[in-house]
Design a protein around this ligand. Structure first.
Ligand code: HMN
Length: 289
């Protein structure tokens, strides 16, 4: 369960329908071209929170079929509808997913006891493993070290996807929990996570730039931080441009230019402005994507 996991993008048509063939191509190129160690299915990058339950199940099924046991699969099932989270968790468990993951429940200011109940319910009802998905910038939920201690007491909680810039908390977690998996969540800060000894990383840009991410992680593990920095700098030149142009839309345009039927984003994400296509073309050639 260690290494680089792509947060799988999902191709949609203009009506918000999943483009199945495009999704299969996306999975193939992640495995065959980016050589990722695993896929994080139905995360933020998969526009998960905008899909129907049936669509989420379709994505879980298609990813499992197309992967056919090649790389590790993590199913993000989190939802503020706990019943949906359990239903998706059972479905992904039956499909053989290696672990579940669930975003902390968001929108309402849930107490920590409620958050803990949410995780325990998903774990008990599915009897699968759980990776906590902490992304305070989007959920507003910042958990303390003591709250992680509490969640980590459950042996089914095998780790955390740490999409946060709080490297003090990351260091404390790493020191205390050598037995838990910690995944870095911000691709542009991968090197800091890697220096802190994360086990892996989960990110959207790995769909197109997974090979560089693998290099950053392994160079840090070998102690060659200076070389890892060189690659992080190139990576961040790319990510900066992508963030300026619009994250998920630009990732999909890049993929289309490399022959993948990556579709468009779900509304209300805005459509990609074709005037910017020339910039995307330049990224593909400059960064050899
Ligand atoms: C997911 O849930 O799809 C990803 O794991 C989320 C991942 O942490 C990404 N975060 C978001 O998209 C909000 C990052 O890869 C992020 O896209 C990247 O670092 C660019 O900022």
């Amino acid at each position: 369960m260690k290494g680089i996991f792509s947060a799988l993008l999902v191709p949609f048509d203009e009506n918000g329908t999943i483009k199945e063939q495009g999704l299969r191509e996306m999975i193939r190129q992640n495995i065959d071209k980016q050589k990722v160690d695993g896929l994080y299915v139905n995360g933020s990058s998969g526009e998960n929170f905008m899909m129907t339950t049936e669509q989420k199940k379709d994505v879980f099924r298609i990813a499992s079929e197309e992967n056919n046991g090649q790389v590790k699969l993590i199913a993000q099932v989190g939802s503020i509808n706990l019943h949906e989270a359990v239903d998706l968790g059972k479905y992904a468990t039956e499909l053989g997913y290696d672990s579940l993951s669930a975003v902390t429940p968001f929108y309402y200011p849930f107490s920590f006891e409620e958050i803990k109940y949410y995780y325990e319910t998903i774990i008990n009802e599915t009897n699968n493993k759980m990776i906590i998905y902490a992304i305070p910038a989007l959920t507003g939920v910042s958990m303390s070290l003591h709250q992680f201690d509490d969640l980590f007491q459950n042996e089914k909680v095998i780790g955390v996807k740490f999409t946060d810039g709080n490297f003090y908390l990351l260091e404390r977690l790493r020191k205390k929990y050598s037995n838990k998996l910690i995944y870095s969540g911000f691709d542009e800060m991968l090197i800091y996570g890697a220096i802190s000894g994360v086990d892996g990383a989960i990110g959207s840009t790995f769909n197109i730039n997974g090979k560089r991410a693998k290099q950053i992680l392994s160079l840090c593990q070998e102690g060659n931080v200076s070389k890892a920095y060189d690659i992080q700098h190139v990576t961040n030149d790319l990510i900066e441009e992508i963030l300026d142009l619009g994250l998920y839309q630009t990732l999909k345009e890049i993929l289309k230019m490399t022959g993948i039927d990556a579709g468009v984003c779900k509304e209300p994400f805005e459509a990609f402005n074709p005037d910017k296509l020339e910039k995307v073309r330049k990224l593909v050639s400059t960064f050899d994507l």
